[in-house]
Design a protein around this ligand. Structure first.
Ligand code: FES
Length: 101
């Protein structure tokens, strides 16, 4: 049995101070867009809105598990391309699992 895929999207938001945050850079809308795009493609990937991933200076941070694959500085208009990559990665993992049977 394979582990279900998860997409961890940092939605941490800081108020004040010099350190940036993913939430302050629009990650909640990015998480919503990933949920919609993954559902439209019928991909079995659970979107998890996560706390900080320790890449605050380079966020918004999006991490695909298993992998892990880390996408940094994700912008809303990149969501379709990243979903395409996720679909390809899931296809490769499925083919690999089938070959191992
Ligand atoms: S605020 Fe998102 S990684 Fe720190």
């Amino acid at each position: 049995m394979s582990m279900p895929a998860e997409l961890l999207i940092c939605v941490n938001r800081r108020f004040g101070g010099p350190k940036p945050s993913c939430g302050g850079r629009g990650s909640p809308a990015i998480a919503d867009a990933f949920e919609r795009a993954l559902a439209e493609r019928g991909l079995d990937v659970k979107v998890m809105r996560s706390p900080g991933q320790n890449t605050c200076e380079r966020g918004p941070s999006v991490r695909l598990l298993p992998g892990p694959v880390l996408y940094l500085g994700v912008q809303l208009d990149e969501v379709p391309t990243i979903v395409d990559r996720i679909a390809e990665a899931l296809d490769r993992a499925r083919a690999k699992a089938e070959a191992a049977k």
